[in-house]
Design a protein around this ligand. Structure first.
Ligand SMILES: [Zn+2]
Length: 497
């Protein structure tokens, strides 16, 4: 069944959107939250487990100090208060990929609370309130085998991988964000993008949305214009790209508006986002009073970070993203618009790393916001998920600079990178992409072009040097774009004048 949608403009004429975001961040600690198991991504299933993270009887958890430190640093960077004393809690629910049948989380005593982040969209600043950032552990992963969708429905059987069970997570929950009007989906996207940047700057997570180390749930509700009571919200789960955050929010605005405008009521429920079709579908009905039977975790001591430690961590925080942005803009010589576009595309870090690898700021921007942005758009993914690294881009540009590649050939190297065919140099070698500047090969192609175009050759002999362009074109065509155009011109003139 497809949802009825109201046009976005009509929806905004009648309703005011409020959104909230719950972001789960996997910390990049070497070991899990409550045991010493490694956290390496992509290991063979169930090779990174132990009695504690498998929840076997008699095992005892011990908290990972590095995870506490990362949590405090995230809280401080989000302008939060840091709890003087807080506990873990058991959140009880049954799920096959959760070996203990409870998740060790925090409930009414989060490590960080009452913060905010300033989010910039099109030159306007919006303040997003942070309600809390709390610590918890990740669940394992179910793999549904058979069936076409990868979901449990229609699967023949399911497998569980517990490698991820117990990896430290920080859940960052915003307050409802109101008053952003039609910009709501963009502000939501910008918030996640800037949060990603902030976490990257802190060095606490890989923040790879495509690998699930940053996962996002989008809450959305509508209020009739002129009212100030929040409407009933829906929670769209696991929205895993910046682009999808915006699309999912926009979709829910239009869907809610159609339901409400038709006199219906919004069901408080979770929704699933479908990346391929761009729609949400109903998940499970959810009340605020889900009974998880939270109770304080009896096997762990309370966390009571000393004020001296917290202040020390505050002092050591990296430069805040908005200050860093201003500094980079100055260093790179970008215009406001160039900077805004770069940030908006989620490419600040990528451009920064490309420059660090030796490329000029404008060349770095050109690749990421030009060719690569176009390809990310075509494959409906984020730049960071393309599989092309800043070091690759820097190398491609270096090959252009030293005359090995021209722009056409460089784009073919990008094709190779996107296909996962190795490094730029390996691709140049394997696909024979380097510009040919060897006089033997070029001279033969020039002779062929002259023989095939005697009238053009006569013009050049008569002194009409501009006609050489036609012969250069013929040579380039013959050599599939790989001829060194400057050398070809020289050879033509040598032969004909
Ligand atoms: Zn373990």
């Amino acid at each position: 069944m497809t949802d009825t949608l109201l046009s976005y403009d009509d929806a905004l004429a009648r309703f005011d959107p409020a959104f909230g975001l719950e972001v789960h961040v996997e910390l990049n600690t070497a070991t899990k939250m409550f045991c010493g198991c490694p956290t390496t991504f992509g290991a063979e299933p169930n090779t990174q487990t132990c009695p504690t993270c498998l929840g076997l009887p008699g095992s005892m958890p011990v908290v990972n100090a590095m995870a506490i430190e990362s949590a405090i640093r995230i809280g401080l960077a989000l302008n939060c208060e840091i709890a003087e004393w807080c506990r873990f809690a058991r959140k009880n629910y049954f799920y096959p990929d959760m070996p203990k049948n409870f998740q060790t989380s925090q409930y009414d005593e989060p490590i960080a609370f009452e913060g905010f982040m300033e989010v910039e969209v099109d030159g306007e600043t919006y303040r997003v309130g942070i309600e809390r950032a709390h610590m918890e552990e990740d669940t394992g992963k179910s793999l549904h085998v058979g069936g076409s969708t990868g979901r449990i429905h229609g699967a023949d059987y399911s497998l569980v991988d517990y490698n991820r069970a117990g990896i430290p997570l920080i859940e960052i929950v915003t307050k409802p964000v109101v008053g952003t009007g039609a910009k709501a989906p963009e502000v939501a996207r910008a918030y996640v993008g800037q949060l990603r940047e902030l976490l990257l700057g802190l060095g606490v997570s890989d923040v790879r949305m495509e690998q699930g180390s940053l996962r996002c749930d989008v809450n959305l509700s509508l209020t009739p214009q002129g009212s100030d009571a929040l409407g009933t919200r829906t929670e769209t789960k696991n929205v895993n790209s910046l682009r999808s955050v915006e699309r999912a929010a926009r979709y829910e605005v239009q869907r809610h508006a159609a339901v409400l405008a038709g006199g219906g009521t919004i069901l408080q429920e979770t929704r699933h986002w479908h990346e391929d079709t761009g729609v949400t579908t109903s998940g499970r009905e959810k009340s605020d009073a889900d009974d998880y039977r939270y109770f304080p975790e009896p096997d762990l001591v309370p966390v009571a970070p000393s004020r001296e430690w917290v202040e020390q961590l505050r002092k050591e925080l990296p430069e805040p993203p908005h200050e860093k942005r201003a500094r980079l803009q100055q260093e790179w010589g970008f215009s406001d618009l160039e900077m805004r576009d770069t940030a908006g595309a989620g490419a600040l870090g990528l451009v920064e790393e490309t420059i660090a690898a030796g490329t000029t700021p404008q060349a770095a921007r050109k690749w990421w916001l030009g060719e690569l942005a176009r390809r990310a758009n075509e494959s409906e993914t984020d730049l960071a998920a393309l599989g092309v690294t800043p070091v690759d881009v820097a190398r491609v540009q270096a090959l252009v600079d030293d005359g090995t590649l021209n722009d056409t050939l460089a784009r073919q190297v990008l094709d190779g990178l996107l296909d996962g065919d190795g490094t730029p140099d390996e691709i140049v070698a394997a696909r024979h992409l380097a510009i040919v500047s060897d006089d033997g090969a070029l001279g033969a192609a020039v002779d062929t072009a002259i023989a095939a175009n005697p009238d053009v050759a006569d013009k050049i002999r008569d002194g009409k040097v501009a006609a050489a362009g036609a012969l250069i074109g013929a040579v380039m065509k013959e050599m599939r774009g790989q001829a060194d155009a400057n050398r070809v011109r020289e050879l033509i003139l040598e032969k004909l004048t």
